[in-house]
Design a protein around this ligand. Structure first.
Ligand SMILES: [Zn+2]
Length: 279
């Protein structure tokens, strides 16, 4: 699933590529991706300009010029790929393409999604704040106002939860998913099954430092293409080669002679080094 570094990569690329462009036409070949009537969707979107491209957690926010905002969640395997006039997608990407936005200058934005869990929603722009209030999302970890002090306060509200599950819960912190939760805990030397109230303050600090170090590093390399993810130019993110534990089950730890293990926690997997991250 695209996490904060991947979604933010797409956002910053699209900001440069599509802001100010007018949508001339929208083609929808899989209606269930759009969470309103297709007629209503097309009527609202066609003819409007993209005013801004923002992000909250893993949700992309496209503000339109007509008082409406389009929300896109890529969920498990969604992609948004931009192509200038005359350029198209690779064959395998066309196969899973469900929406195409045609801009007035001939460029296009393709929304494809192999597993089809993603969505497009429309919301009136002045109701956005209310919408996100109801979603009860935790703070944005890359923002300066996400401090160790805030982190401690949030940890105190979930004392019994295992730290891996704590990091994945979007109500605690926004944007962290399976890949970066595993990498953050490896960085911190904290076992994923440890419970929040059993962590020493030194360990909590290390987890916090891991969040502040790993997410920006992954963002600089345009995220991790472990399987489906491509950026808005259709390129792979380059952080995979830096991954220390995620997706490395059975391989040698990059820090010691241990072997990376994978376990299940509440339906999700966790990768860790049993020597570097003691239970
Ligand atoms: Zn190790």
């Amino acid at each position: 699933m695209p996490e904060l570094p991947e979604v933010e990569t797409i956002r910053s690329q699209l900001e440069k590529l599509i802001v100010g462009k007018k949508i001339k036409l929208v083609e929808v070949s899989l209606a269930k991706m759009v969470k309103l009537s297709l007629a209503q969707f097309k009527k609202t979107v066609v003819g409007s300009k993209i005013k801004s491209v923002k992000r909250r957690a893993k949700i992309l926010i496209f503000e339109l010029s007509n008082g409406w905002t389009m929300l896109i969640h890529l969920k498990m395997s969604g992609r948004l790929i931009f192509r200038v006039e005359g350029e198209t997608l690779k064959d395998e990407d066309i196969k899973w393409n469900h929406l195409i936005y045609y801009f007035e200058d001939g460029s296009r934005l393709f929304h494809n999604d192999l597993r089809q869990f993603g969505y497009v929603k429309l919301i009136e722009t002045d109701k956005l704040l209310d919408f996100f209030k109801k979603e009860k999302l935790g703070p944005e970890p890359l923002k300066k106002d996400f401090t160790l002090y805030n982190f401690l306060a949030i940890l105190k509200t979930r004392p019994k939860v295992r730290i891996k599950q704590f990091l994945l819960d979007q109500k605690n912190i926004s944007g962290i998913g399976n890949i970066y939760a595993d990498e953050i805990l490896f960085f911190a030397g904290v076992h994923p099954l440890r419970r929040v109230n059993k962590l020493k303050s030194k360990e909590i600090k290390k987890v916090f430092n891991g969040i502040k170090k790993i997410l920006p590093e992954a963002l600089r390399l345009r995220g991790s293409s472990d399987n489906m993810y491509l950026d808005a130019l259709g390129e792979k993110g380059e952080y995979v080669s830096r991954l220390k534990v995620y997706g490395r089950e059975g391989e040698k730890c990059k820090k010691c002679t241990g072997i990376v293990q994978r376990i299940k926690i509440g339906g999700r997997s966790a990768h860790f080094c049993p020597a570097c991250q003691r239970p």
